[in-house]
Write a protein of this length. Structure first.
Length: 256
């Protein structure tokens, strides 16, 4: 079960078929700042066999200790990780922002809506650019792969800005990190803002993230109750985004 997502991903991408849509990862994360619980994050990666697409869906809710932010992403690429479309949304106490983007013939176009003001955009992108939310799955397909000692330079589309960002850098440490029974890769990333650190599996599943500049740490947990404690989000909101209320059980913490 530990290698299930990685094996299925490679079989599908290299051989080209699965019996049905497959969820590669689904999990809840607990978000802390200065070691205090401020919110939760849900992440889901899946392959849709019918449409031959790779889909990423995420939801962030910060709602404790004076923090109020809701953020979501629905992103679609083809099986070579060429971007197809995405919708990004962010709402806090002072502003709202929605980006609806689609990709065609080497261009990204769409509408940015900020506090009810709409603005159209159309931007050329490089042929190798991809959506930043699929970074680790993109690396799995690369020559370097996901393993100790790897350095990976990239340009990617920053979904929250509707812009291509160059000069991205991933550096994986030369030694694995132990977390209980898990052996994880320690990754340092420089892309769009402060550097941050991930611990990930060799399948590309993110176990944790830490940003020193903001003292925010995010860690995968076994149950939704642990992540969402004290924070309310309607089931309807999650169903609309994910298609159901995620159980968060398809990940390395819940593998048998």
């Amino acid at each position: 079960m530990l290698h299930r997502g990685f094996v299925i991903l490679n079989l599908f991408l290299l051989i080209g078929h699965l019996a049905h849509a497959e969820v590669l990862f689904e999990g809840y994360y607990k978000v802390n700042q200065f070691k205090k619980h401020i919110g939760f994050f849900i992440s889901k990666y899946e392959i849709d066999e019918k449409s031959k697409q790779f889909k990423t869906t995420t939801f962030l809710k910060l709602g404790k200790n004076g923090v109020d932010l809701t953020e979501s992403l629905q992103a679609v690429s083809d099986l070579d990780f060429k971007p197809v479309k995405y919708t990004y949304m962010a709402i806090d106490s002072k502003r709202s922002k929605t980006i609806d983007a689609e990709f065609k013939d080497g261009s990204m176009s769409g509408i940015i809506t900020e506090n009810s003001e709409k603005k159209k955009f159309n931007t050329k992108i490089s042929k190798d650019s991809f959506l930043s939310s699929s970074l680790y799955y993109k690396m799995l397909r690369s020559k370097e792969g996901l393993k100790t000692g790897v350095t990976f330079k990239f340009s990617a589309l920053a979904e929250e800005q509707a812009a291509e960002v160059t000069g991205g850098l991933v550096q994986i440490d030369s030694k694995m990190v132990s977390k209980g029974a898990l052996q994880l890769l320690k990754v340092n990333i420089n892309f769009l803002g402060p550097e941050y650190e991930n611990l990930i599996s060799n399948q590309g599943q993110i176990f944790s993230a830490f940003t020193a500049a903001t003292s925010i740490d995010v860690e995968l947990v076994k149950s939704s109750a642990e992540a969402t404690e004290g924070i309310k989000v309607s089931a309807t909101t999650l169903e609309k985004l994910f298609g159901n209320v995620p159980e968060g059980k398809i990940n390395i913490l819940n593998s048998k």
